[in-house]
Design a protein around this ligand. Structure first.
Ligand code: TYD
Length: 209
């Protein structure tokens, strides 16, 4: 596929404050004259949003980790083919709230399904499409858990903390292995400071293409 547009993904732990900044990024890039498509995973197309409902449904507690991993990648396959690639082909900017790195962090890391397996099903799903830039919103796993649930940690919460730590460590590992694509933004700061750092990254990216 001829790729003319720009593909940017936004990653981070739950509660990292991605959504505020994604909207600011959209405004900034539109100000630079781009058509910007905001989208999210799991989701972004009718079929992918239906898959999202299955994955996130609290009544589906019996879901196997492998099933979950395959559903995330199935949702991604549809999203790439139906939404992301056509937008890039038209020369648009795609801003995607989470992409493949989420599956590496949560399913390979958090659920401990292993890097190779998750990488393989995702490569099948995306055909190898990778973001031009990935911004990782860095907050500690402890802050993340506190923001999504402020109650005292019980046994289950503790399990959740271990899970969150594995997700976080996997993200950091990914960022270290892909220093050109994945840029870490310290997200435990005020909105304007974060915004300025992100705009610097965007300007750099726009100068490179
Ligand atoms: P969502 O409500 O969109 O969370 P957030 O606002 O933090 O992005 O729910 C998405 C959840 O799914 C989130 O906990 C991360 C998880 N996830 C995975 O485990 N694997 C994936 O591949 C993706 C895209 C998300």
């Amino acid at each position: 596929m001829m790729k003319k547009g720009i593909f940017i993904s936004i990653e981070g732990m739950d509660g990292a404050g991605k959504s505020t900044q994604i909207n600011l990024m959209k405004k900034f890039l539109e100000g630079q004259g781009f058509t910007v498509r905001l989208t999210r995973e799991p989701g972004g197309t009718n079929i992918s949003e239906k898959i999202r409902e299955i994955i996130l449904d609290k009544n589906n507690g019996e879901m196997e980790a492998t099933t979950e991993a395959l559903l995330y990648s199935a949702s991604r396959a549809q999203h790439v083919k139906e939404f992301i690639e056509p937008a890039l082909h038209r020369g648009e900017v795609v801003l995607c709230d989470r992409f493949e790195d989420s599956s590496i962090a949560y399913q390979a890391g958090g659920r401990a399904l292993g890097y190779e397996a998750i990488k393989a099903i995702n490569h099948f799903a995306t055909g190898g499409l990778e973001p031009d830039l990935t911004i990782f919103f860095d907050i500690s796993p402890e802050t993340s858990l506190k923001r999504i649930n402020s109650s005292q940690a019980d046994r289950l919460e503790q399990e959740k903390l271990d899970f969150h730590r594995r997700v976080y460590e996997t993200y950091i590992d990914l960022a270290e292995k892909n220093p050109l694509r994945i840029r870490i933004i310290k997200a435990d700061r005020n909105i304007q400071e974060i915004r300025q750092d992100i705009e610097k990254l965007l300007i750099k990216l726009l100068n490179e293409i």
